[in-house]
Write a protein that binds this ligand. Structure first.
Ligand code: C2O
Ligand code: CU
Ligand code: CU
Length: 517
């Protein structure tokens, strides 16, 4: 294992927006290449071999404006050998090339052929299949609210390893409404991508090839039911620090970890002012002392350092009252209010932010009860399923284009799952707890309390939501503006890969169901 690493010794890397290769009246055009490269994750750790978009981890920042389309050619120039142990026993993956990738822009509204369907993977240009299969060009129309989106690998059965190797990046979509608010911007608006990783002493990435209690006769390598790293990285550096001025800053925060969720908290009882969630601005600013962040969730927060000159404030991850105080995952990064104020802070922290019409007014065409279930595979490994179906089973979720549905995630396992639906942003209606022991006995759902409304910071637009254990989490969404095949899944990548992901189809009646399988 790696040596003990001192915290807060490396500066937080900034993430610069990428310049488009070309700009035409059809929008901006980018070429982004997946490559293997080496990077210093910490002062005292030898360089780590990673995979990254344009050879960076995080990948380059794409910045776009609402209604100005972006086109990206995503090229795969990765080597033939994977950096990490690949389990080929799942999904019949032994027949496929090991190095396969496909890019999904998480939170985007786009057509299925630009969405990064898990089976639309392609390999590198060193395979016999030839170079034409080593790239794809995707279009993002950007006819949606300003928000922080993020792109990451989504290839079937190997997403957890491709993302862990470094294939992630951020995408900021801006709109007029947000610009009119005069929020902190420029160098005072900072994207923060939080991930956890583990390392070997030579600096290489560590990802186990088998679960801890490996049963006999398990395939080797074998997929794990979950994985948390012991090192917390922000923008690709372990426990970095950031020097700030005594003024307001806006932080666009993403949890891009495979399994780990965080309870973000600032030292000295300082509050976050949360202004946005996955799908952009909230209705009103919400003061938060602690914010839970599941894998794939994003938050938009303002931190006011104006009264903190000379102080250092650590961004903590609250591990709960029983946590080992030596657990390094309790720390994320440090803010040092050491920079002199460059000029008066003229940015605002408005209390009213945006208008969000409630979907509850819509006609609801269907309520789908979707069960999150635990089972076992032929080797006795945990196998998590949605509605007891595997990825390859026929499509069962098939909303009609433009209709509104309620999806009720019924979590019959004893841990949370961050549930994500492609194409749309939803609103959380409520959570209702049920008796899990009773359910395990006879399959009956017996509620143990009334439905509970979401917390104030989860009342905006969301595309990923924690579905707590032994509860029904209800979300409402309008399935538009595109028809065709998308996916929904748990965003714990070890679950998504095996087998907590399902295709779904948005049916367009005018097309006479021709998209149906
Ligand atoms: Cu973050 Cu299916 O995606
Ligand atoms: Cu997504
Ligand atoms: Cu899960």
């Amino acid at each position: 294992m790696r040596p003990k690493l001192e915290k807060f010794v490396d500066a937080l890397p900034g993430i610069q927006p990428l310049k488009p290769n070309k700009k035409t009246k059809d929008g901006a055009y980018y070429e982004i290449t997946m490559k293997q490269f080496r990077s210093k994750v910490h002062r005292d750790l030898p360089a780590t071999t990673l995979w990254g978009y344009n050879g960076q981890f995080p990948g380059p920042l794409i910045e776009a404006n609402r209604d100005e389309p972006v086109h990206v050619t995503w090229l795969n120039q990765l080597p033939n050998k994977h950096l990490l142990p690949v389990d080929t026993s799942i999904h019949g993956l032994d027949q496929l090339p090991i190095v396969r990738t496909v890019v999904h822009l998480h939170g985007v509204e786009t057509k299925p052929d630009s969405d990064g369907h898990p089976e639309a993977w392609y390999t590198n240009n060193f395979q016999e299949t030839g170079p034409i299969f080593s790239r794809k060009t995707y279009t993002y129309p950007n006819h949606q609210r300003g928000s922080l989106l993020w792109y990451h690998d989504h290839a079937m059965g190997i997403t957890r390893l491709n993302v862990y190797a470094g294939l992630v990046g951020m995408y900021i979509l801006r709109d007029k409404q947000e610009k009119a608010l005069n929020l902190p911007d420029g160098e005072y608006e900072i994207p923060l991508m939080i991930t956890d990783r583990s390392f070997n002493a030579d600096g290489s990435l560590f990802y186990p090839s088998q679960p801890d209690e490996a049963a006999e006769n398990l395939p080797n390598p074998s997929i794990l039911p979950a994985f948390v790293g012991d090192t917390i990285l922000v923008n690709g550096k372990a426990w970095p620090y950031l020097e700030v001025e005594p003024r307001k800053y806006r932080f666009r925060i993403l949890n891009a970890s495979n399994t780990r969720s965080y309870q973000l908290q600032l030292e000295s009882d300082i509050s976050f002012q949360q202004i946005g969630s996955d799908g952009g601005l909230l209705r009103n600013t919400v003061e938060m002392k602690k914010i839970g962040l599941q894998p794939a969730e994003r938050i938009d927060v303002i931190i006011d350092f104006s009264k903190l000159a000379g102080q250092s404030i650590v961004l903590k991850n609250d591990l709960g009252p029983n946590a080992d105080p030596n657990n390094d995952a309790g720390n994320i990064m440090q803010f040092r209010v050491t920079k002199p104020l460059q000029g008066k802070d003229r940015s605002h922290l408005p209390s009213a932010l945006s208008v969000i019409p409630s979907l509850k007014q819509n006609n609801v065409s269907a309520i789908r009860y979707l069960k999150l279930v635990g089972s076992e595979d032929e080797f006795g490994r945990p196998l998590l399923l949605l509605n007891n179906q595997h990825w390859h089973d026929p499509i069962t979720e098939n909303p009609r284009l433009g209709t509104t549905e309620i999806w009720a995630f019924t979590n019959t396992t004893n841990f949370s799952h961050p549930m994500h639906i492609h194409l749309i942003q939803f609103q959380v209606l409520d959570y209702q707890p049920f008796d899990l022991d009773r359910y395990n006995k006879d399959g009956k759902i017996l509620f143990t309390g009334p439905p509970r409304a979401p917390a104030a910071n989860n009342r905006g637009w969301k595309d990923t939501i924690e579905a707590p254990a032994a509860s029904i989490t209800r979300v409402i969404a309008k399935f538009a503006p595109y028809s065709g095949e998308f996916v929904w899944h748990c965003h714990i990548l070890e679950h998504e890969d095996y087998d907590m992901m399902r295709p779904y189809i948005v049916l367009d009646e005018d097309k006479n169901g021709e998209e149906e399988h």
